[in-house]
Write a protein that binds this ligand. Structure first.
Ligand code: GRG
Length: 295
């Protein structure tokens, strides 16, 4: 199966999983579940759940657990972070995934609660769907909890907010922000998939390193797209970083060097994938596709 066919098949599988494992929109309180589904069903690349599914497939078929609930859990956490990031107290944005942000389509309190509920639901899914494999369940909960917590996703977001109107941010601080705000969830997705595939600690460390490089490449590209593509292509407000006076790879290094840095990180990720056992063709193609993406 070629890369695009496989990617699309995993996107469809993810979307069927979202439908199956998240309470229906008519569940009481309807407004809350409508808002959760509104944001989840707005599309998005589904990169992180696809990474869970792809990483599981790398390892021993006999040891594999069903990765779909974990893939859904990761997308729930990612979507919560987007909803909260768009709130007036953070980025105050109107456009996400090509449509009105959750607090514009509903209201601020509902958007806040929808984000909270998605975050909580993710851990409920992990605890319930992997209960018969307690060691796996614990490792998934620990991995996602660490990635989404104050040392990583939320910590990165905090420093990102503190960096507003500070165009002189030090490159090491920018790397801290991106390693945590962006790479943490990408890394968690790949590691969770690897754990579900039965990977041992050494293999987990190898996939962690490669996915960290992929996460940084992804974020540098995101900075380049934010500076070069219109909102209509991105499905979210373009040029936001410059407007908020934030440092980015583009503002610190210029477009040309930012492109080179993205290539370097992408090459490091490719090297990491190629050194793994198993068929890494999909992860290699995914990394190349993400490095060349336009949205
Ligand atoms: C509120 C705790 C908290 C964190 C927010 C996700 C986030 C952190 C901020 C959004 C802004 C941003 C540029 C984040 C970096 C990560 C990133 C590029 C997210 C968007 O991921 P995509 O492009 O989104 O995969 P889709 O919509 O395709 O899923």
């Amino acid at each position: 199966m070629d890369f695009t066919t496989k990617f699309n098949a995993w996107v469809s599988l993810t979307e069927s999983g979202l439908d199956r494992y998240v309470p229906a929109a008519h569940t009481r309180p309807q407004r809350l579940h409508q808002a959760m589904r509104y944001s989840l069903e707005s599309g998005g690349k589904r990169l992180r759940p696809v990474l869970v599914l792809a990483a599981t497939e790398l390892f021993d078929p006999k040891l594999r657990g069903d990765p779909l609930p974990a893939a859904v859990a990761v997308e729930c956490v990612h979507t919560y972070s987007l909803i909260h990031d768009d709130l007036p107290c953070m980025d105050n944005d109107d456009l996400r995934r090509g449509r009105a942000t959750a607090h514009r389509a509903f209201d601020e309190a509902t958007a806040l609660l929808a984000g909270d509920a998605l975050l909580t639901h993710a851990f409920f899914l992990l605890a319930t769907h992997y209960a018969t494999r307690p060691a796996v369940a614990t490792s998934l909960v620990a991995e996602l909890g660490a990635a989404a917590g104050s040392l990583r996703l939320i910590g990165g977001q905090m420093e990102d907010l503190l960096a507003e109107n500070r165009p002189d941010t030090h490159p090491a601080d920018l790397e801290f922000i991106h390693l945590n705000k962006t790479s943490a969830m990408i890394e968690a997705a790949v590691v969770m998939g690897a754990r579900l595939g039965g990977a041992g600690d050494r293999e987990v460390e190898s996939v962690r390193r490669a996915s960290r490089d992929l996460g940084l490449a992804f974020q540098i590209i995101d900075d380049i797209l934010d500076a070069t593509e219109p909102s209509t292509t991105l499905g979210k407000t373009a040029g936001k970083d410059a407007k908020a006076g934030k440092s980015t790879y583009v503002s610190l290094y210029g477009l040309e060097k930012a492109r080179r840095l993205a290539e370097e990180r992408s090459a490091a990720a490719l090297e990491g994938w190629r050194a793994l056992p198993g068929d890494t063709t999909f992860l290699v193609a995914l990394t190349q596709w993400l490095t060349g993406r336009r949205k």
